[in-house]
Design a binder for this molecule. Sequence first.
Ligand code: 13P
Length: 282
Amino acid sequence: MINSKELLLHAQKNGYAVPAFNCHNLETIQVIVETANELRSPVIIAGTPGTFDYAGRDYIQSIVETAAKKYNIPIVLHLDHHTKIEDIEASLKLGTKSVMIDASHHSYDENIAIVKKVVELAHKFDATVEAELGILGGQEDDLVVNEKDSKYTNPQQAVDFVKKTGIDSLAVAIGTAHGLYKEDPKLDFERLKEIRSLVTIPLVLHGASGVPEEAVKKAISLGITKVNIATELKIPFSHKLREYLVTHPEENDPRKYMKDAKKAMAEVVKEKILMCMSQNRY
Ligand code: 13P
């Protein structure tokens, strides 16, 4: 398994972003890697603590390892929004090489202390570390952040944060939120520009579901090199699955009733790869 360093630096240098898709099980991993392979795109497969609790760290690790051997594109397994060092260590020991530690809900000093500890641990395993500064609104797993509690990334603080923690990539809060939006989000591009001018490591955009394509592309042109997408993949999968089961009430074979759901999800994965401009890079 590889870490995400070279992938993100390549994207940064060449003006595109590596898409990071959240997975939940074998089927969603198959859809992500098969579509990325068709489009010759590097891909990051992300799992939240909720996903690993559901599917098992060892199972997910093995499935992604198998995919990485099978396809001749860079495939990274990434821990998304992890908060517990024990969970991170368990995955590092299994061979995961890309980690996000999310201590953004703690005070600034605590965020630094927690992230620094994870960086020291992960780097021993040749794994890269992403951390978040500022707080994104919306829902990820069971964590819900109201809009009034969200906080944009302070560019000056970002410089200090990167220097003190030694992280490899920085997740910025510039107006996106996890989950869908009631109306199109307004991204703070000036803030992104300022962060990019001060911070040299790759920058990450969370909460890309529901963000208009043009806005994501603009964010990429201003320095975003990893784009996280979860909700927009879950929706077509579950809609199609529901539709199929309702119209075929006698069907009880998962190998058949998941087919259309996988196809519907693959279309969105394709659309997002094209949005990230990561096709034909390998
Ligand atoms: P969305 O569910 O809004 O796409 O957010 C995904 C994400 O940022 C995962 O970390």
